[in-house]
Design a protein around this ligand. Structure first.
Ligand SMILES: *[C@@H]1O[C@H](CO)[C@@H](O)[C@H](O)[C@H]1NC(C)=O
Ligand SMILES: *[C@@H]1O[C@H](CO)[C@@H](O)[C@H](O)[C@H]1NC(C)=O
Ligand SMILES: *[C@@H]1O[C@H](CO)[C@@H](O)[C@H](O)[C@H]1NC(C)=O
Length: 299
């Protein structure tokens, strides 16, 4: 059960050590998002939340307010068992004119009671699923293993959705563990379907891979967003001292509910997660599920 591995992310100490080898850095300022920019995230926030729905309710698209918030959604396929395989779904949103891919996450009430000695490490990304990617590109082995379980089924569903709805856009989304899986899916789909525009919008994303991974994600998915809520601890884990680095694209929700765009990877300004939550002891796991502009994650 992956949740056990995921728990270890929480119990490890997280020291805020700025990586001297950090690759892509920008000189942009931290900027506040406008109300309209924040509102543009809303449909994706609901799709991330809907990742928690079981396949049957997703197919029928009726498992509570967060699923029904995108009423024009056209489901294409879904799967997972909510246990060894996180639920997932693929469909099409006519308003966004994008194929949507979402994975179920884990809420903090599921994560916190679990104490195990499960281990994880950075491992080279799968050369089967990610052909041509250097073995220096490493990801959390639990995330990599979980993403591999559903990758080809999701690719087939995405190809079906693309041809049925004549769009060339895919957005992957998810919360928590679901965000990690959907970030890997976005990278996977961008390699498998090079003529399609792929983007990722995730919430409460833990660190997924190493510096080489973060740099490659920055170049392949230059417009991605990972939204972090206040003092959530998950985004600062696993710790940078273990070699993990976030890609760019953090949006941080401040204590006053303003959203700011944080330039660079793991921006250590106290307006951004890495700087605001230097250790897990300064974090608040109850911020993990939201609210993200009013939306609490879950089904
Ligand atoms: C969808 O809902 C209908 C009516 O409630 C039900 O008969 C059907 O089995 C459901 N489909 C799935 C895939 O669960
Ligand atoms: C980049 O992402 C933002 C937020 O998801 C979106 O509003 C915008 O249209 C995207 N821009 C491009 C060029 O894809
Ligand atoms: C963090 O943001 C500031 C802008 O306030 C920028 O100058 C700095 O380079 C960024 N840091 C990183 C690590 O990207």
């Amino acid at each position: 059960m992956f949740a056990q591995t995921f728990f270890l992310l929480l119990v490890l100490p997280a020291f805020s050590i700025a990586s001297p080898t950090a690759g892509i850095r920008t000189r942009q300022a931290i900027t506040a998002l406008s109300t309209a920019q924040i509102e543009a995230y809303k449909p994706y926030t609901y799709y991330a939340s809907a990742g928690y729905c079981s396949p049957s309710t997703t197919i029928n698209w009726s498992c509570g307010a967060n699923c029904q918030a995108n009423p024009s959604f056209i489901p294409v396929a879904s799967g997972g068992d909510g246990d060894s395989v996180q639920f997932w779904f693929v469909g099409y949103d006519p308003t966004l004119n994008s194929v949507i891919v979402s994975h179920q996450g884990t809420d903090s009430s599921e994560i916190l009671p679990l104490i195990t000695d499960a281990e994880f490490e950075l491992k080279s990304i799968s050369s089967t699923l990610f052909p041509g990617v250097s073995s220096s590109v490493e990801v959390h082995d639990g995330f990599g293993k979980d993403q591999a379980q559903t990758a080809t089924a999701i690719l087939a569903a995405v190809e079906q959705a693309l041809s049925a709805h004549s769009t060339t856009a895919i957005t992957t989304t998810g919360h928590s563990l679901g965000a990690a899986l959907s970030l890997l899916d976005a990278f996977y789909l961008s390699l498998q379907l090079p003529s399609v525009t792929v983007n990722f919008i995730g919430y409460g994303l833990p660190r997924v891979g190493n510096q080489a991974f973060a740099n490659l994600i920055d170049s392949k998915l230059p417009n991605l967003s990972h939204v972090n809520n206040k003092e959530d601890v998950v985004p600062i884990l696993p710790g940078e001292f273990l070699g993990f680095v976030h890609p760019s694209g953090e949006m941080h929700i401040m204590d006053n509910n303003a959203w700011v765009a944080c330039p660079g990877q793991d921006n250590d300004s106290d307006e951004c997660s890495t700087g605001d939550v230097p250790t897990i002891f300064e974090g608040d796991s109850s911020d993990h599920d939201g609210p993200y502009d009013g939306v609490e994650m879950g089904c």
